[in-house]
Design a protein around this ligand. Structure first.
Ligand code: FES
Ligand code: FES
Length: 192
């Protein structure tokens, strides 16, 4: 049996915090995040660059962490879903996904939301075609995508609202929301 390669100590900047960790040269960024830093929001789906469930932002750019070496992520600004917005606040994209019920099992959700957030950083009013293109690397096998695309459009209108209570109260389709939905933490998975 071949000996495992020696580990190397690296430093990663994740969600604004610096972490020192020892990794093998072949350790992926996803493995380092999930199994060493315990940031399990990034999902291990296909583990070969096909599904987008492992998407994180590297210097603001959506990146598939399952095919990106941890060692190569040194010196880069890594954002995972846990750091998309400072707690207890939520990012407008998270808020909009919640409002639109743009999830079912939730497995694709963190990658989907990070790709959407990156899109809105570079294009504050994307067309439906631009949203489809930006999310084309993130696969969802539950929702059929319509509510996801709607959620990104709703998030556009929320981005300037400083507080959750100040966001528009009209839901997609023109339904007037009497009250905003409960915070994410208070809701059951998949609740509309
Ligand atoms: S887990 Fe990385 S693309 Fe599927
Ligand atoms: S894969 Fe289940 S909600 Fe997208």
């Amino acid at each position: 049996m071949r000996a495992r390669p020696p580990k190397k100590v690296i430093e990663l900047d994740v969600n604004g915090d610096r972490h020192e960790l020892a990794v093998e040269p072949r350790t992926t960024l996803l493995e380092a995040l999930r199994y060493q830093l315990r940031l399990t929001g990034s999902k291990q789906g296909c583990d070969k660059g096909d599904c987008g469930a492992c998407t994180v932002l590297l210097d603001g750019v959506p990146t598939l962490s399952c095919i990106f070496l941890a060692i190569e992520a040194q010196g880069r600004r890594i954002t995972t879903i846990e750091g998309l917005a400072p707690l207890p606040r939520v990012h407008p994209v998270q808020d909009a996904f919640d409002l639109c019920g743009a999830l079912q099992c939730g497995f694709c959700q963190s990658g989907m939301m990070l790709s959407a957030a990156a899109l809105l950083e570079r294009n504050s009013r994307p067309s439906r075609a631009e949203i489809r293109e930006a999310l084309s690397g993130n696969l969802c096998r539950c929702t059929g995508y319509t509510q996801i695309f709607e959620a990104v459009e709703v998030a556009c209108g929320m981005r300037k609202a400083p507080e959750r209570d100040e966001r528009p109260t009209t839901e997609p389709g023109g339904v007037e929301a009497a009250k905003g939905p409960a915070p994410l933490s208070n809701r059951s998975p998949g609740a509309p």
